[in-house]
Ligand binder design. Structure first.
Ligand SMILES: [Zn+2]
Length: 232
């Protein structure tokens, strides 16, 4: 039980001569909690020391790391403040490693980076991605393609294919010839990137999701043959 005590109640508990059981039911907390409060800082210090030992035991490190990651995700604001506080402390303890000169240098570097990459500014780029979903998706795919050292074609033409998949009122699946609904349209590489296909408008087509999934790593020609074989 970890009920929150109102300000002042901790002092009342410390000052009271009543038994911990009585106080527990009066304040809606556990008797253990009452004991902790009465022992105050000594208890906390003892506990902190024991916790630290446990956390730092090699077997528990992974558990701890995972738990703190979870905590940070659930307490974004507090985690950020804690990180800021910890770097403030670190800077105070390591003045030489963080001279004004160093800080100015890194400020300058990030200024330069922001100026050269205006789209990397998170707010601007999020807004841009919301307003240009097809282009944003095209960019993500381009990044993947570049990572795989694939030839990348003209981005305008590529974005136009994504745009067609997203907003055209009617568009045929390149494979089965049906007219998939908007949410059911995929942009497919006729020759997959993993098979040496280029990321270019010429190699892109709009397909219905079931053709695209069935096609998998096949080229368009292989998929056509496979469909014939099935009598489809
Ligand atoms: Zn299809």
């Amino acid at each position: 039980m970890k009920a929150r005590l109102a300000p002042g109640q901790v002092e009342e508990i410390r000052a009271s001569a009543k038994s911990s059981g009585v106080l527990a039911s009066r304040y809606g907390v556990s008797a253990t909690r009452i004991c902790q409060i009465r022992q105050g800082d000594a208890y906390l210090a003892r506990n902190r020391e024991a916790n630290r030992k446990w956390r730092e035991a090699p077997d528990n490190r992974a558990v701890t790391r995972q738990a703190s990651r979870r905590w940070r995700q659930q307490n974004l604001e507090r985690a950020r403040e804690a990180a800021r506080e910890s770097s403030r402390r670190w800077r105070a303890e390591n003045p030489r490693k963080n001279s004004e000169q160093d800080r100015e240098r890194s400020r300058e570097a990030s200024r330069r980076y922001r100026a050269e990459n205006p789209e990397k500014n998170s707010e601007t780029s999020l807004r841009w991605a919301r307003e240009n979903p097809a282009k944003a998706l095209a960019k993500v795919v381009k990044r993947h393609a570049l990572k795989r050292r694939v030839t990348v074609g003209d981005m305008e033409a590529i974005a136009a294919v994504y745009d067609r998949a997203k907003s055209a009122s009617r568009v045929r699946c390149a494979y089965c010839g049906m007219y998939p609904k908007v949410g059911d349209r995929h942009v497919d590489h006729r020759t997959p990137l993993c098979r040496g296909g280029a990321h270019s408008a010429e190699n892109l087509c709009v397909a219905c999701s079931s053709c695209n999934l069935a096609k998998g790593r096949m080229t368009a020609e292989e998929y056509a043959l496979a469909c014939e074989g099935r009598g489809a």
